[in-house]
Write a protein that binds this ligand. Structure first.
Ligand SMILES: [Zn+2]
Ligand SMILES: [Zn+2]
Length: 245
């Protein structure tokens, strides 16, 4: 019998919740009838959303048009926008979803993104959303690419097309979170390659990733994508740290 992996994962999640009375993974309070799994409704309310004014390019909260970093050395994307600051609830939710395979959180996170799309980002302006790929070995271990899953959820609602076969992760890099800023850039160098480049020529591309920290991954992805001559590359991430790009 063939059982869909998503169904299996969700069944296992429900069984675990039944056996162990659930606590909120952030504040440890006993969970009642909450609107999302694993994290209580109160903790969801403490998410720090990134609001304008922000730097027009890198999206970091800033009162003038461009932050110092973008004014002196502009990045190669048009703009980067992010839903929330990477801390507390959102950090825990992404961690549970990604590493503990709490698959059902993908629906909550997808909705969080859709409900808080930055005011100057119009999703229908793009030809494609391109989730940052993970290496096939990691995909086998994890069972899913968290960014692809979220991107597909968003794309389905707004009628966007998701590109999965243009950017390939060739190098199975060490997890970026274990490295410092300099090491991240070296680690990620040469990790991606393009195939079927014609698909994105002259197109408007929205790169999507779950977390943005030093920007090393996004920088490398954008550099590689420009080789295929798209018209425009913007970036959307679910969460980010607030250091400049
Ligand atoms: Zn809580
Ligand atoms: Zn900036």
């Amino acid at each position: 019998m063939h059982i869909r992996p998503n169904f299996l994962q969700q069944t296992i999640e429900s069984a675990i919740t039944f056996i162990y009375p659930a606590q909120c993974h952030v504040c440890k309070k006993q969970l009642g009838f909450e609107s999302a799994p694993y994290i209580c409704d109160t903790c969801w309310k403490f998410i720090e959303f990134i609001q304008s004014p922000w730097c027009e390019i890198c999206g970091i909260p800033y009162t003038e048009d461009l932050c110092n970093s973008c004014a002196t050395k502009p990045p190669r994307f048009g703009k980067l926008r992010t839903i929330a600051v990477y801390e507390n609830t959102i950090q825990q939710a992404i961690h549970l979803f990604k590493f503990n395979k709490r698959y059902s959180l993908s629906h909550t996170l997808k909705q969080l993104i859709l409900d808080n799309i930055p005011c100057d980002l119009n999703l229908t302006d793009y030809d494609y959303v391109l989730p940052v790929p993970i290496h096939k070995k990691r995909l086998r271990e994890r069972g899913f690419n968290q960014s692809t899953l979220l991107a597909k959820g968003i794309a389905k609602v707004v009628g966007l097309r998701v590109l999965e076969d243009v950017l390939i992760r060739e190098k199975n890099t060490s997890p970026q979170s274990s490295l410092d800023r300099e090491a991240r850039q070296t680690n990620i160098k040469g990790a991606f390659k393009i195939q079927n480049a014609d698909i994105i020529r002259d197109k408007h591309i929205l790169v999507f990733d779950d977390v943005f920290t030093t920007g090393a991954t996004v920088r490398e992805v954008v550099n590689v994508l420009w080789d295929a001559d798209p018209m425009e590359i913007d970036v959307l991430t679910l969460a980010r740290t607030l250091n400049p790009y």
